[in-house]
Design a protein around this ligand. Structure first.
Ligand SMILES: Nc1nc2c(ncn2[C@@H]2O[C@H](COP(=O)(O)OP(=O)(O)OP(=O)(O)O)[C@@H](O)[C@H]2O)c(=O)[nH]1
Length: 390
């Protein structure tokens, strides 16, 4: 597909009055509190920050994944990455929804090393990504995966286990499917033999040389967003009332999509969204923002429209400082842009309310924690150091 026309402009949203929309979004918001799950508290401050662990054998591609997805490193530069020899922790807090810690582990962790407190690590973990190099012999990787998963599950059965069958860029399509089937079968057989068939592993075919790694990471991150059903619901309401075929909510910095409507996602659509975000950011960097050092070149006026030569229109609009909505629609539907913009305005308001509820929950949790701590100090007369997770 070719882009036949690109227009990037600053546009103020026109507000049309449509009471039905407001009622719909309000109804969704009424049920919000059900989706605010406690999550993983980061020490005493009550900040919900799930932890994602990147594990796997040496040179399987863990650091490359982190650098490409979160540091915009080009895939070819990863050839020069040095081997990781200690646990590297990083905070990813680009928006209130995409906020977590990534821990990149060195290739060989010795679970039997007494200085390695794996219980403490797994206890605060939201997702464990195990990276397998598909271009290498993976027998050792599979036994390491089994050991890691069984240990982690015993400590924390709530972890989501994600297996990245990585470096598939060198494989043909048939070969990829065959490898995935084989790895899936072997791991499940091992788990069944160990009497742990209840452990669910999700498998993804990934490569840093295409968008598959971003798509896989999006799915991992989505599982850690307690408000996901609310966001999906809002997107469903938005698209069905605006004649839109598909809508994604993107974290602009990482190109991770944090939610989409309930229709299936195809890779080509996702790739077009990523390309569009790149175009918008590049053009904004060159022409748009006087002070790019201040952060992402994406602000409340950011928007872009791309007309493809197959009568599809892609429409990008800023939702929050870090989030953008990217929609796919027919040219005929885009004729009602005023209605789409009004509905988008309602959607944006609803998202803001989701943020507000979340912030309130976090503040209440922080206050409760502080009270609990001051009570502890008063009753015991001494302050005992808590057993913080690191
Ligand atoms: N072909 C291909 N190579 C990749 C891919 N991802 C990473 N690599 C290469 O794999 C090699 C090892 O990558 P690293 O990210 O250093 O691996 P690691 O798992 O962090 O290694 P340790 O730090 O030793 O545990 C590098 O040369 C990367 O360029 C991929 O998707 N495809």
């Amino acid at each position: 597909m070719q882009y036949s026309f690109i227009c990037i402009a600053h546009l103020k949203t026109k507000v049309l009055h449509n009471n039905t929309e407001d009622q719909n979004t309000d109804q969704v918001l009424l049920s919000l509190c059900c989706f605010i799950a406690p999550g993983f508290s980061d020490s005493m401050n009550g900040v919900v920050k799930p932890r994602i662990l990147l594990m796997g054998l040496r040179r399987s591609g863990k650091s490359s994944i982190q650098k490409v997805v979160f540091h915009k490193m080009s895939p070819s530069e990863t050839l020069f990455l040095e081997s990781t020899n200690k646990i590297c922790r990083e905070d990813v807090s680009s928006s209130s929804f995409v906020s977590f810690q990534i821990w990149d582990f060195p290739g060989q962790i010795d679970f039997f090393d007494p200085t390695f407190d794996y219980e403490m690590i797994f206890r605060g973990t939201g997702a464990l990504i195990f990276v397998i190099d598909s271009q290498d012999n993976y027998v050792e990787a599979l036994s390491r995966l089994h050991l890691t998963v069984t240990r982690a599950y015993k400590v924390n059965p709530d972890i989501s286990f994600e297996v990245f069958i990585h470096k598939v860029d060198g494989l043909s399509d048939d070969h990829k499917i065959e490898k995935q089937r084989d790895i899936h079968k072997r791991t499940n057989t091992d788990l069944t033999d160990a009497g742990l068939e209840q452990i669910h592993l999700s498998f993804y075919l990934t490569s840093i040389y295409d968008h598959s790694i971003f798509e896989a990471f999006s799915k991992v991150v989505q599982k850690l967003i307690p408000q996901l059903p609310t966001l999906e619901n809002l997107l469903n309401i938005f698209i069905s009332n605006s004649g839109i075929e598909k809508a994604f909510l993107f974290d602009v910095g990482s190109k991770i999509y944090i939610a989409t409507d309930s229709s299936p996602v195809d890779m080509q659509t996702y790739e077009l969204c990523c390309d569009m975000i790149d175009v918008v950011i590049d053009i904004s960097c060159i022409y748009g923002m006087p002070n790019v050092e201040a952060g992402l070149p994406h602000d409340k006026d950011s928007m872009a429209i791309i007309h493809l030569n197959n009568t599809t229109v892609i429409y990008l609009k800023e939702v929050t400082k870090f989030l953008a909505m990217v929609c796919f629609l027919r040219k005929e539907s885009f004729a009602r842009k005023g209605l789409i913009d009004y509905n988008f305005h309602c959607f944006k308001k609803a998202i803001q309310e989701v943020f507000d509820v979340r912030v309130k929950v976090q503040q209440t949790r922080k206050l409760l924690n502080q009270r609990r701590w001051s009570k502890l100090t008063l009753t015991s007369g001494v302050i005992l150091m808590p057993h913080f997770l690191y």
